[in-house]
Design a protein around this ligand. Structure first.
Ligand code: BG6
Length: 483
């Protein structure tokens, strides 16, 4: 990589935690296996837990998945690049020690000053976030070459706390040094939305209120919040996945055509469309909380959840974009824990056909099946094959598994870490994007908390609250038959 000529030290803060173990190190390993890490890459894990490198290796190794034709050897080679340094998050001396450790490694690789690039990956809880960013800036920020800092949600809890966090970071780092992860932007199908929309003439003229009746973006998870009830209860489903992941998907579906494919052109359009979204109203919202079903515990049965918590684990809400393209088209966002299955999809439902020639046929629907198993398909009316003249709904189907047989779709974190190594901000969240997104959600979140709105109960493993079908139907959505 031209940008990181010489070498790079990738420093993972919070290296003993879950995110680092399950996402960051496996992503780095996958990039290593595919020869995407620049020459002279060194990885340094840093966290409070005292342990030696051997103990650290045995902690991350179970999550490193070598390719089939490449057993074990690559894991050992990768681990040789990894180091572990224990230390505190608020102690100058520890930061100085870390800086010395990294400098020694750079010297070992004979890096000249202008070749010393450092990347900080913050796999940390929000409570220590700013103090670590500060310590790093003061003591580990290399003055001689590039520095990047990769950070993850939560970016605050509402507009005000987000602003404060952005300001704290802005005092320390320049905007182009900061990479704010929303890992949904690293998913293959999220990255594909722009291509499908803007590289296909057939969709360009159809993509508006003239032909589209509704857009539904759904994220279902089949598991509850077992074990992370403490964290979850402070945030709830709306902050956990809707204000960020689902809204990001929505802005990609709804934005105007960017003037270029560079990061600023794309993010300019996302911010513009978000600014047209009206703050969500309570009347356009349905909240739920899962309850015990069989041997599956309810949300409140978890000891780490405060008694009587009103925290929603499910929400459906309708967003309205007040511009020429989308006025009166409902964008329905739905997300829930402990549902009947796990999937993420985007359904763009077209308007009803007019005239009596094919009266009553189903509508067209374009579906981005984000996961599991990437697919794009179009619900489509076809003559029943054979002697019948009836029409039936079927699918024009682009399922990745069958179409691209030997492709291993990269994990979101792999794609994003590679983008950060390349210095490409397109799939990272800009500060004004965050502000615009919190403006849409903050009044609603505050109202829910202030008025203590009670979520509707739903059984663990069900489709959600029983009001859901009626809620969705009331915005004109047609449920299409499956074959
Ligand atoms: C995280 C949320 O951001 O995304 C989790 O905090 C959620 O609650 C996860 O489970 C879902 O990510 P993915 O990639 O598994 O769909």
């Amino acid at each position: 990589e031209e940008r990181l000529k010489g070498g790079v030290t990738f420093i993972v803060l919070g290296a003993s935690g879950d995110l680092a173990k399950k996402k960051t190190f496996p992503a780095l390993f996958a990039l290593f296996q595919n020869s995407f890490l620049p020459r002279n890459t060194t990885i340094v894990g840093y966290a409070r837990t005292k342990m030696d490198s051997a103990a650290f290796y045995s902690r991350i190794e179970p999550y490193l998945k070598p390719k089939q034709d490449d057993p074990k050897k690559s894991v050992q080679e990768f681990l040789k690049m990894c180091h572990y340094v224990p230390g505190q998050y608020d102690d100058e001396k520890c930061w100085e020690d870390l800086d010395r450790y990294v400098s020694d490694l750079e010297t070992k690789h004979s890096l000249k000053d202008e070749q010393k690039n450092r990347i900080f990956y913050m796999a940390l809880p929000p409570s220590v976030f700013v103090s670590v960013a500060d310590g790093l800036r003061k003591h580990v920020y290399s003055k001689t070459a590039s520095t990047s800092i990769i950070i993850e949600k939560p970016f605050g809890k509402d507009l005000e706390s987000c602003r404060a966090l952005l300001q704290d970071i802005q005092k320390l780092y320049k905007e182009d040094e900061v990479y704010r992860i929303d890992h949904y932007l690293g998913k293959e199908l999220a990255k594909n939305i722009m291509t499908v929309r803007f590289a296909n003439m057939i969709f360009c003229p159809l993509w508006s209120r003239v032909h589209i009746d509704s857009v539904q973006i759904t994220m279902k998870e089949p598991f509850g919040t077992e074990g992370r009830g403490g964290y979850f209860d402070e945030f709830g489903i709306i902050r956990d996945v809707m204000q960020n992941h689902l809204l990001q998907l929505m802005s990609l579906v709804a934005m105007e055509r960017p003037v270029g494919r560079d990061a600023e052109s794309i993010r300019d359009e996302k911010v513009k469309v978000l600014k047209c979204v009206k703050p969500i109203e309570l009347k356009d919202t349905l909240l739920g909380q899962f309850v015990k079903s069989g041997d599956k515990p309810g949300y409140l049965d978890d000891d780490t959840v405060p008694k009587g918590s009103l925290c929603p684990t499910f929400a459906a809400m309708v967003l309205w974009i007040d511009n020429e393209r989308w006025a009166d088209v409902p964008f329905i966002l739905k997300a829930g824990k402990a549902l009947d299955n796990g999937k993420v999809d985007i359904r763009i439902q077209f308007k009803k056909l007019h005239g009596s020639l094919f009266e009553g046929v189903a509508r067209n629907e374009l579906v981005f099946h984000v996961q599991p198993g990437e697919a794009i398909y179009m619900k489509f009316n076809n003559k029943c094959p054979g002697f019948s003249d009836d029409s039936m709904i079927t699918e024009l189907d682009l399922t990745y598994r069958t179409r691209y047989k030997n492709l291993k779709v990269p994990e979101a974190y792999e794609a994003l870490v590679l983008d950060a190594l390349r210095g490409d901000h397109s799939n990272f969240v800009r500060n004004d994007e965050l502000i615009a997104s919190w403006k849409i959600f903050t009044p609603l979140l505050h109202q829910i908390e202030k008025e203590k709105i009670k979520p509707e109960p739903y059984l663990y493993g069900s489709r959600g609250p029983k009001q859901l079908n009626g809620f969705v139907r009331s915005y004109g959505v047609e449920r299409l038959a499956h074959e």
